[in-house]
Write a protein that binds this ligand. Structure first.
Ligand SMILES: Nc1nc2c(ncn2[C@@H]2O[C@H](COP(=O)(O)OP(=O)(O)OP(=O)(O)O)[C@@H](O)[C@H]2O)c(=O)[nH]1
Ligand SMILES: [Mg+2]
Length: 387
């Protein structure tokens, strides 16, 4: 079992400081009620207006914080449909209520059913239906709108997700490779909310990179910041794991972990969160190579990092993941001091994403060919039937 011998008090302090400092919200729960349908007019056969729907729509700049401020803890209700009147038999529909949300939202009902996803600007989704207006089928009485508990979950949409223990240099790397200016400091949990930066290339190609709060051993047991931020890695195409060549120690109350051990433990935390994350291409960045003695340490573990599987037996049970990562690339870097290293990683990331895009295109092309073939066979079959 992967778990640090973290004392409860220490855990509480860590948790408290995270939640009191962090304003970032990546999930939100509220009640929504679609508008009531208007009544019909039995005498003249008039139909009541439909109640307004409640919908979410992607708007650049929107955040879940802005949604929370809009709701102020209240239930959201859309307008009722108009009754059918003798001078206007078709009652007007109630106005829809539109909540502006950031891209990357998944909406779930209170029983956990997925209602839908919103991933791009302009997309919208009805989360609570307005009631139908009164008509002959419902005895001319407008129906109540749908009353539902809604959970919105935000998953950042970035091409690359940075994963590592605290202090490994994730934010330093983000700063070096993009124009983002995240907070950097020599203590753990400096980053308490995800930051996204954009890597720009000379030919105007852009690749986005998300710097996530550090993981610690036992994140799957909700230690430190837990696994909650790993959800943002789910939508990335590539994972960049970053480790300190000198290893990691959360505090002097915790055990020291060597660089290879941190790699194995991160492998295990990713696996415990969601095994399928390990199907993504993953690169390993061994950071702080400018430090004294770093090259010797790197040389001594180089073979192990390239063939983790073959060296697993040298590590105790609690370090052994079931599915071991085979890194696409392992690059020693100094995120803080060596811009040449950063340039190399920049090219590698682009290259890997291009390969991935080509592979996806090949799958799409194969599917198109298959559909064409089936259509051809069907037409031939139909032809032979009519003879
Ligand atoms: N010598 C050296 N120090 C580095 C390098 N990269 C980062 N650091 C230092 O390591 C410390 C942690 O860097 P951060 O970038 O804040 O680390 P992080 O992984 O974002 O940490 P959290 O946000 O706490 O998870 C800072 O003091 C950095 O200056 C490097 O390449 N060489
Ligand atoms: Mg950071």
């Amino acid at each position: 079992m992967v778990q640090l011998s973290i004392c409860n008090l220490c855990k509480k302090v860590v948790e408290k400081s995270i939640f009191t400092r962090s304003k970032f919200i990546d999930s939100l729960f509220f009640h929504a009620k679609g508008g009531c349908g208007g009544n019909g007019h039995p005498k003249y056969g008039g139909i009541g207006g439909r109640g307004g729907n409640i919908m979410c729509q992607v708007k650049p700049g929107a955040t879940l914080e802005s949604v929370k401020n809009l709701l102020k803890g209240k239930k959201l209700t859309a307008a009722s449909g108009e009754h059918s009147l003798s001078h206007r038999l078709a009652g007007r529909n109630g106005e829809d209520k539109v909540i502006e949300v950031p891209a990357g939202i998944t909406a779930y009902s209170d029983v956990g059913t997925k209602i839908g996803e919103l991933n791009a600007e302009g997309e919208s989704l009805i989360i609570s239906q307005g009631g139908v207006g009164g008509n002959p089928q419902n005895g001319w009485l407008g129906k109540q709108g749908q009353h539902i508990g809604i959970r919105l979950e935000l998953k950042l949409i970035a091409d690359v997700g940075l994963v590592g223990f605290p202090n490994a240099g994730k934010s330093t790397f983000l700063k070096a490779i993009s124009k983002a200016r995240p907070k950097i400091a020599g203590y753990p949990f400096t980053t308490i909310k995800p930051n996204v930066g954009v890597i720009k290339y000379d030919d105007l190609r852009q690749i986005s990179l998300a710097d996530l709060p550090g993981l610690i051993e036992g994140a799957h047991k909700n230690l430190g910041m837990g696994h909650s931020f790993l959800r943002h890695v789910e939508r990335t195409k590539l994972i960049a794991m970053i480790v300190d060549v000198n290893g990691f120690q959360l505090s002097n109350k915790h055990d020291y972990r060597s660089c290879v051990e941190t790699v194995l433990l991160l492998n295990k935390e990713l696996e415990l969160y969601k095994k399928s994350l390990l199907d993504k291409p993953i690169i390993l960045l061994v950071n702080k190579m400018d430090k004294e003695g770093a090259q010797e340490i790197y040389d001594s573990m180089r073979d192990t990092l390239h063939n983790l599987k073959d060296h697993l037996h040298n590590y105790p049970e609690e370090f052994r993941p079931e599915k071991i990562i085979k890194f696409q690339s392992i690059v020693p870097i100094s995120a803080k001091f060596n811009q040449t290293d950063i340039g190399e990683v920049k090219l590698k990331i682009r290259h890997l994403l291009d390969i991935l895009a080509e592979e996806e295109q090949e799958v799409v092309n194969a599917e198109i060919e298959l559909v064409k073939k089936l259509k051809r066979e069907l037409t031939e079959h139909q032809g032979s039937m009519t003879i």
